[in-house]
Design a protein around this ligand. Structure first.
Ligand code: C2G
Length: 155
């Protein structure tokens, strides 16, 4: 029986979206067992990222993804070496925005950078949501004029 190939990847996975899903799908296709290190809120602060969705929910969502076999906490940059050893990881997978950043781990396992899914990111989603909420006075006046027009037609 050949040894199961274990894959690991890490991320915040805030506002879970198609880019995250496709990354996890492709990571699982590289092996048999996929472990995902989900960044805790505290580690996000260290990364300089503030996620909207709290860690517990982000972890629960990732765990529910059919490609994911195991979820662990990502608490530090340094834990990857121990994780690779403790979980007998064969491949570390990251999106290409991290290209080169984890090459030092090639000493312990294969390191694969996969193309990102273009046109979507948690940051872009946050911006779109913010724009939706920002109603300018001009847009309010337009809406008011439309409502007054509707009222006139109803009278
Ligand atoms: N990703 C992607 N396509 C996108 C957005 C993200 O392929 N449109 C990938 C990223 O390249 C990453 C994974 O999805 O591999 C998770 O993305 P983030 O949640 O943004 O993770 P990040 O903040 O980059 O944290 O130690 C590693 C860090 O924890 C990675």
């Amino acid at each position: 029986m050949p040894k199961k190939k274990t894959v690991i990847t890490y991320g915040t996975f805030d506002l879970f979206h198609i880019g995250h899903l496709r990354l996890l799908k492709r990571a699982k296709e590289l092996g048999d067992h996929l472990i995902v290190g989900v960044s805790t809120d505290r580690f996000n602060a260290i990364k300089g990222k503030r996620s909207i969705i709290p860690f517990e929910h982000r972890a629960e969502i990732v765990k529910a993804i059919r490609y994911v076999d195991e979820v662990i906490e990502e608490n530090s940059w340094e834990q990857k070496v121990d994780d690779i050893k403790n979980y007998e990881v064969d491949i570390l997978v990251m999106g290409e925005d991290w290209k080169g950043k984890f090459d030092h781990l090639k000493e312990y396992c294969d390191v694969v950078y996969l193309p990102r899914t273009h046109g979507v990111s948690s940051t872009e989603l946050k911006t779109s949501l913010r724009n939706l909420l920002e109603v300018s006075p001009a847009r309010l006046r337009e809406a008011l004029a439309m409502l007054e027009q509707i009222l006139r037609e109803l009278e």
